[in-house]
Write a protein that binds this ligand. Sequence first.
Ligand code: ZN
Length: 247
Amino acid sequence: MEDNEKNLILDKTYTCPICDSKIKSKAVKTNVAKFVETKADLRPIHSNINVTKYETICCPHCGYAALTKNFSNTTQVQRKLLREKIQANYRDHEEVPCDTYSYDTAISRMKMALLCTVTKMGKESEIGNICLKISWLYQDLADTIPDDSPDAPKKEIYLNEAKNAGINAYEHLSKARMEEDYPIAGMNEATLDYLLAYLGYEKGEYQQAMQYLSNAVTTRGISPRLKEKCLDLKEILNEKLHNTEEE
Ligand SMILES: [Zn+2]
């Protein structure tokens, strides 16, 4: 797996928009990831690599980090904020060379992207999207630990981190839904409403989750695959709502 992963990625060079340094970041090669399925939280699963680990660019010289697709899109005001609040407090260093990103590395890169996105007062969708990816990475990390392993307590901690990041994603993406135009964090209306329903369910807000779910199901042109996910979640939610009424 490790060898395999190494062959699926490459180093790309970028110019940091904050400090103008030439920096390198690892990225998954085009068309090499073998898609298997999308989990209930829309987490993509590939058989040969975890693509979410390679979706950030971080500058080791000034601390600026972002999702790859947003890295170069900064306004003058945002660059000023990042220089004053991130670069001024960051210790410039050379990155330790590595073949692949571990989960620990990927999570800390994603958290740095979150800090920078909040600092630059980025859009709710951008913040929510990063929270979602932090949740996915913790979930993936938890999945690497079997239930009966001696590391089971660690698994609990990772699952808890995944849940908290999921709740943060829920807060930011539900705000984005009210303020922004689609696509929001790369999602159309049906997909976002389904995701909010799932995250609301995880948070324990079953009524609100059901509301998002009805919106998703009635959206015109919803894909059969997404509709199937909606129906699965509806079943779980109905049970939860039923049990809550009985209490
Ligand atoms: Zn920089």
